[in-house]
Design a protein around this ligand. Structure first.
Ligand SMILES: [Zn+2]
Length: 590
């Protein structure tokens, strides 16, 4: 086959995507580069900024470029791995990328999605933190590797690290008559809480495995990690300073990773909905983080609820409000997070999906509040309180499914500061933080269909009619009719309207040389166009389906016959189109 004639759309030219292991930055970069090379007609790779340590933050744009650039289409956004140890989110983005590229043409939904929409995928927002987690001797940071708020080594407390040389970071149980923990009566490996009035038994303190710096013999805390930033507290909406919101950073978007996302998203007003992938808990979280549902514009809440219902059907994860159903402490909120910012400032329907639930894997489906919220397991509630039987279920599951790598039996260890202790228990970084590799693909695969669904729910501006009617010699009435064929209205959300981030549909006419406009302006602002999302379901005999999805504009022009007129319509969120028409001669119109 001569050079230049090879069929670049052959899936065989796509590199192999690893869905059964976690990849480091070099491999990720090579994979994305090869993928973009294999499918230049549907996939482009760009760096949207550099991390603190200078690594490129990669963004893959996926669309059928033959039907228009990404910016001319409504778009869906997904990212992952803003938190250092949360690497399955990278794979979730890669899974969608792979599916979009390999099932184009074979799956009509994906064909339509790439022909009419664009996808922006940022698989690894925080490459520096992920690189430490995935190294041969892992370090476990919350997110950025930048020291904050102080660039100094801690001088006291327990430092989480492997101290018995087994290469794992587990727990220590330390005999202590005032300890809050005891052995489970049915399985002495499992630690459960001591009863309120209980006395006279064998009790322990439960601590992370590690040495104690500058131990005074009686008191200690857990050592602060020098890299104290949380990039998902650094976004502008509801941002609060470090003293009120740990990890927030010195000012909103102070950190290059968060700043890169904010700059990218504000520069792509075509983004209608978004998911940021995190771990873990097995839940889809939506705004608000700081206020109750009745503060939402009602239509936006209904859209969120409909997206959430589809999410639960497809993935099995509940879809909940952070404020109502995912607070670790009922009186404390978390601020400066990505999804609140996307929705609050830009009216983007953004979600935070927490991948993976070992608890549901173990058959734990009820929370400790099961009387008031039956069937609603949530990690926030579990972490506050739960039945000791649930601990049994979890460890049994680890014993059966995790090949001995999830829960370790306790081994005696002569601790330099604490004396004889035992090291064992959960390997949380294997069992909890991400799906263990053998579970990875099954866990992330269902998300792709949900993301695709939301992408296809976007508004979609189309040209319904573009025509010129002769009005005698060299005069024409030019008419452009546009409509929104999408489910969401052109403005996306009521919040976007409230924030004035989206203009109405803009129509433009470009005249041939020698032509003049008699009436109308060359650029006109039309209205917003409704979609189908906000139509009521009641078919009660009243006509409600009038043409709010359609708008028309007419110009009278003076132009030579046979000239061409270009009509275009665009909307930041709903896409853009243009049509060129030839001015007919008066006789040709019968
Ligand atoms: Zn996270």
């Amino acid at each position: 086959m001569p050079y230049g004639e090879e069929n670049t759309s052959m899936p065989s030219s796509l590199p192999e995507f690893p869905f059964d292991r976690y990849i480091r930055y070099g491999e990720l970069t090579a994979l994305l580069t090869e993928t973009a090379k294999a499918h230049p007609e549907r996939c482009r790779l760009e760096s949207i900024g550099k991390s603190y340590e200078g690594r490129d933050i990669w963004c893959v744009t996926v669309t059928n470029f033959a039907t228009g650039s990404d910016r001319e289409k409504p778009a869906f956004y997904a990212d992952g791995n803003i938190h250092a140890t949360e690497v399955s989110p990278t794979t979730a983005c890669l899974y969608l990328l792979h599916k979009l590229l390999t099932e184009y043409e074979s799956d009509p939904q994906i064909t339509r999605a790439l022909d009419t929409r664009a996808f922006y995928l940022i698989p690894r927002v925080n490459p520096d933190g992920a690189e430490l987690f995935l190294s041969d001797t892992p370090r476990y940071l919350r997110s950025s590797t930048r020291p904050y708020p102080f660039d100094e080594e801690p001088v006291e407390g327990i430092k989480r690290e492997d101290i018995n040389g087994d290469g794992l970071s587990l727990q220590m149980r330390v005999p202590d008559e005032n300890g809050a923990w005891k052995k489970h009566p049915q399985d002495s490996r499992i630690m459960i809480r001591r009863e309120p009035t209980e006395d006279g038994g064998e009790y322990f303190r439960l601590l992370p495995e590690g040495r104690i710096t500058n131990y005074d013999g009686v008191t200690f805390g857990v050592q602060r990690i020098k890299e104290g930033l949380d990039l998902n507290r650094n976004f502008p909406a509801h941002w609060r300073p470090e003293q009120e919101q740990p990890g927030a950073g010195p000012y909103p978007t102070s950190e290059p990773e968060a700043r890169a996302l904010v700059a990218f998203i504000t520069d792509h007003l075509n983004i209608c909905s978004a998911v940021t992938f995190h771990t873990f808990s097995g839940v889809h979280l939506r705004p608000y983080g700081t206020s109750p549902d009745d503060t939402f514009p009602a239509e936006d809440l209904w859209v969120y609820q409909k997206f959430g219902k589809v999410a639960t059907e497809l993935t099995g994860y509940p879809a909940v409000s952070v404020f109502h159903d995912f607070k670790y402490h009922p009186k404390e909120v978390i601020t400066g997070v990505f999804d609140d910012w996307c929705y609050e400032h830009l009216g983007i329907f953004a979600w935070t999906t927490e991948i993976w639930s070992p608890h549901r894997q173990a058959g734990i489906t009820e929370g400790f509040d099961k009387e008031t919220k039956p069937g609603a397991f949530r990690f926030t509630t579990f972490s506050r309180d739960h039945d000791p039987d649930d601990d049994l279920k979890l460890v049994r599951w680890a014993d059966e499914k995790l090949e001995g790598k999830g829960y370790y039996d306790w081994q005696k260890f002569d601790h330099p500061e604490l004396g004889m202790v035992e090291i064992g228990g959960w390997n949380i970084f294997y069992a909890f933080r991400n799906p263990p590799p053998q579970f990875l693909q099954a866990e992330i695969a269902p998300f792709a269909d949900w993301l695709l669904h939301m992408a296809l729910c976007s508004p979609q501006l189309t040209i319904y009619a573009a025509e010129a009617t002769p009005l005698g010699k060299e005069h024409y009435r030019v008419r452009l009719v546009v409509q929104n064929t999408g489910w969401l209205p052109t403005y996306g959300s009521k919040k976007a309207l409230e924030r004035k981030v989206v203009r109405p549909v803009i129509a433009e006419i470009t005249l041939p040389d020698g032509a003049t406009l008699i009436t109308g302006k060359s650029r006109e602002e039309l209205s917003q166009l409704e979609g189908k999302a906000n139509k009521a379901a009641g078919n009660n005999g009243y006509a409600t389906d009038f043409t709010e999805d359609r708008a028309k504009i007419e110009w009278i022009i003076n132009a030579p016959q046979g000239g061409t007129v270009t009509l275009s319509a665009r909307h930041e969120r709903a896409g853009q189109h243009s049509r060129t028409i030839t001015l007919p001669s008066p006789s040709s119109t019968g």
